[in-house]
Design a protein around this ligand. Structure first.
Ligand code: SAM
Length: 251
């Protein structure tokens, strides 16, 4: 779908403004990622801009994760995908609590014999914007990002104090309210990371590329994994038995 056509569906839908929509649309058109992972879809606006570009590229797929509360947004992502006709490109995943847990499931799905097979060419992190959730999410999703793929962070300079009054912000120690968490993630976890280069920051968004020759795994570790289990299997059996007996005695 051409940009003016997708824009006509999205210009009044939060959160991604049209000028940012154009940037991410052009990025997908130029870099041609096939598989995209997005953390935080809200109404689905950014996902639709990216899906429109995928359609124009001739194909691709977006896995996008938000909390289950996103179902109650108006419009919600399903109705936006229906309205735009882009549903074939986007798979929304609803986390019962957090995308960090959904990332565990993705890692589990794509890890065999101690070796993770990376799946994505582009990772867009636009969720909670906190050190704990998004710092951890970057480290998890990095394992699923292919060499040569890109990571993009939104709201780099945002601080929790901008949402003062919300319960979760009031529960933070004062020093954590005044810090731009995503900026810390970018400066402390991404820039020093040996697998990344091509850093860019435009005042709102920060980009980095995973080096095309970045190592993705330590190779097949089936021998290591079976050795660990062989060494520990009798201890594990004893532990499970003790737990089983404790539970029996409790009822
Ligand atoms: C700024 S909005 C996303 C906007 C969207 N990317 C766009 O540009 O249209 C952030 C979203 O992240 C979600 N979110 C924040 N922390 C989350 C977490 N730990 N797990 C799942 N979703 C989370 C929120 O529910 C919210 O819908």
């Amino acid at each position: 779908m051409l940009f003016p056509d997708i824009l006509s569906h999205l210009e009044n839908v939060p959160h991604m403004p049209p000028e940012r929509g154009k940037l991410v649309y052009d990025f997908v058109r130029e870099q041609k990622p096939r598989h995209i992972l997005e953390l935080g879809f809200a109404h689905g606006t950014s996902a639709c801009y990216m899906a429109a570009a995928l359609e124009e590229n001739g194909g691709g797929h977006i896995t996008t994760i938000d909390s289950v509360v996103a179902k109650s947004r108006t419009p919600d992502i399903s109705s936006l995908l229906e309205r735009t006709g882009l549903g074939a490109y986007v798979e929304p995943v609803y986390a019962a609590r957090s995308y960090t847990w959904e990332l565990m499931k993705l890692l589990d799905q794509h890890t065999k014999n101690g070796c993770t097979d990376p799946q994505y060419d582009f990772l867009f992190i636009d969720g909670g914007h906190t050190w704990d959730s998004d710092g951890f999410s970057f480290l998890l999703a990095d394992r699923l990002l292919r060499p040569g793929g890109w990571v993009l962070f939104d709201d780099v300079l945002w601080t929790p104090s901008e949402s003062a009054g919300e319960d979760w912000v009031e529960a933070l120690p004062p020093e954590e309210r005044e810090v731009a968490h995503v900026e810390k993630i970018f400066n402390l976890l991404v820039v020093p990371h040996p697998s990344y280069d091509s850093f860019e920051f435009d005042g709102t968004w920060a980009w980095a590329r995973k080096k095309p020759d970045a190592a993705v795994s330590a190779g097949d570790r089936s021998n290591v994994v079976s050795a660990i289990y062989a060494r520990s299997s009798s201890e594990r059996r004893k532990f499970l038995l003790r737990r089983y007996v404790k539970r029996l005695l409790r009822v």
